[in-house]
Write a protein that binds this ligand. Structure first.
Ligand code: GRF
Length: 211
């Protein structure tokens, strides 16, 4: 099983979904580390309560030295033999150093149907644009923010009367299904890890009703 680190900055609900999925026998990856750049991230307590190493490498003591902060992150990942990194609400822009060190092995989840609405405030922007479909994307991380090869997407309707919170909740429910699926597919598809049971044609795990 490939050891995975999940990088968070806050709530950590996607991280929790990954933990839950990875606990199921046969999942091709195990969550070995949850790493936050913010000491107060709620997700750290959740990870620790589930017996997962929860580590904070606070970015603030590094000031503007992003390279030094990333070097500390990278050293922590390497020291634990991490094979894949999942960004899950990790609110720091990455430099080419960390992206380059993890090319093909770093995933991100973004709350829009990329390439539409990269960046922040995706739900408000989707409502303002009047799109009828919105959703979420899991992609490989490259030097361009919210770009990179798309691994999986899930779409939701934008319904009449939706506010930002309605739409965010509808998308988030899909994020919690999509990220575990994308991690499973990607981990199983790495060299030597082919898993014939992992297919995009398989139904998404979890209940679909009401989402
Ligand atoms: C999610 O909407 C994710 O798509 C975005 O940041 C949010 C993180 O939420 N990148 P959580 O911390 O996983 O609950």
């Amino acid at each position: 099983m490939i050891p995975v680190a999940v990088l968070i900055s806050g709530r950590g609900s996607n991280m929790a979904a990954l933990l839950e999925a990875a606990a199921v026998p046969g999942f091709p990856a195990r969550i070995a580390l949850v790493l936050s750049n913010r000491p107060g991230a709620a997700g750290l307590a959740h990870a620790a309560a589930h017996g997962i190493e929860a580590l904070c490498i606070d970015h603030r003591p590094f000031g503007r030295d992003r390279a030094a902060h990333e070097a500390a992150l990278h050293a922590a990942l390497q020291a634990r033999g991490i094979g894949l990194v999942c960004l899950a609400g990790y609110m720091r822009l990455l430099t080419p150093f960390l992206v380059g060190a993890w090319t093909g092995r770093m995933l991100n989840i973004h709350p829009s149907l990329l390439p539409a609405f990269p960046g922040l405030d995706t739900h408000a922007r989707a409502l303002a644009a009047g799109v009828k479909l919105h959703g979420c994307t899991v992609h490989l991380v490259t030097d361009i923010m919210d770009d990179g090869p798309i691994l999986a997407q899930a779409a939701v309707p934008v319904l009449p009367g939706d506010g930002v919170d309605d739409l965010a909740a509808r998308v988030l429910a899909q994020e919690h299904r999509l990220y575990p699926l994308a991690l499973r597919l990607h981990a199983a598809g790495l060299p030597g890890r082919y898993d014939p049971a992992a297919s995009l044609l398989s139904p998404l795990p979890g209940p679909a009703a009401g989402t």
